[in-house]
Design a protein. Structure first.
Length: 149
């Protein structure tokens, strides 16, 4: 049996230290397209998911994909439901979107839609997209009430 060759690296992306490993299952180019090398996103990302032959860590099919700015980190990780709700509504942290713009974003943005068709062995969003959109619109129409912690 042949050992896989891999290359482990420590990177800091948007102020977050990460350990990444490039291997035949996750080529170095994809690791670098994750922002570390400053390559344009279109180097790795296209309009649709790449073929299954690209492996389980293939980039999403959303041409405008990009890392968030340093001020807009993966800020939702670890938030309580209430804190996440407040962040979604806060224009300073949501890309300047009011409720109509948020509805357009979740309804039309290809990267958001990608969650329901992620390709490879990734698990899609568990709620059907039409149900999610209906509930999101209902939530927005009610003024975006947030749960209690």
């Amino acid at each position: 049996m042949r050992d896989k060759m891999s290359l482990a690296m420590k990177l800091t992306i948007n102020g977050v230290d990460r350990e990444v490993e490039a291997s035949p299952d996750m080529p170095l180019l994809w690791v670098l397209c994750d922002g570390a090398a400053g390559l344009p996103c279109v180097t790795c990302y296209g309009e649709s998911n790449p073929p299954e032959s690209y492996g389980p860590h293939a980039p999403p099919g959303a041409l405008h994909w990009g890392l968030p700015s340093p001020a807009h980190k993966m800020a939702w990780i670890g938030l309580s439901p209430r804190a996440l709700c407040e962040m979604i509504k806060d224009k300073q942290r949501n890309g300047g979107r009011d409720f109509p713009a948020l509805i357009t974003h979740v309804s039309e943005d290809k990267l958001v839609a990608w969650g329901w068709n992620p390709g490879g062995d990734r698990t899609p969003v568990s709620v059907p997209r039409d149900v999610f959109l209906a509930k999101f619109k209902e939530w927005a129409a009610a003024g975006g009430p947030c749960p209690y912690d």
